[in-house]
Design a protein. Structure first.
Length: 171
């Protein structure tokens, strides 16, 4: 099974306030994210992390990665330098890409951390899963929500749980 999630921001205290996350502090958020992740993902599943896995954490990314089930694939976000610059953390991933097109249960999906108004395969019916813009009431959110087949897979929007394609696209 494939799962998708973006913008977990493990260890990032300020994201709780910025996104109005229901956690008292980063430790509580991290524990909840790990518990929720491991409640659905098994070690035989693939998880596509669509950017911003860990940010400003007192823990190393590898510490979180070792606690999480599944084969992990990173689609690099603007806050993933702590992973891409660390060989130990990078080695926890099956793949690391800026943008990636995959097939999942008959759907072709373009994964990129950044939302795009037109993505590779846009005119061929491909889906686009992205993150970066969280749950903010921004112009970008308004524009992207009007595009068919474009889905924000940010943790805040998925109940802090990696989700399968059917859940995300509603089929």
């Amino acid at each position: 099974m494939n799962y998708y999630i973006a913008d977990t921001h493990f260890g990032h205290e300020n994201i709780i306030k910025l996104c109005r996350r229901p956690f008292a502090d980063a430790d509580e958020m991290d524990r909840a994210l790990i518990t929720k992740w491991n409640s659905v993902v098994t070690d035989s599943d693939d998880v596509y992390i669509v950017g911003d896995f860990c940010y400003k954490s007192s823990r190393k990314p590898v510490d979180y990665l070792k606690e999480l089930n599944g084969r992990k694939h990173l689609i690099v976000g603007n806050h993933d330098k702590s992973i891409t610059d660390d060989p130990e953390a990078s080695s926890c991933f099956e793949s690391i890409d800026q943008i990636k097109v995959i097939r999942d249960h008959g759907h072709t999906i373009c994964l990129c951390h950044y939302p795009m108004a037109e993505w590779p395969g846009y005119y061929n019916g491909f889906y686009h899963f992205y993150g970066h813009i969280h749950n903010s009431p921004s112009e970008s959110c308004r524009i992207m929500s009007g595009l068919a087949k474009a889905y924000n897979v940010g943790a805040d929007l998925l109940g802090f749980v990696p989700r399968p394609v059917e859940y995300i696209i509603g089929k």
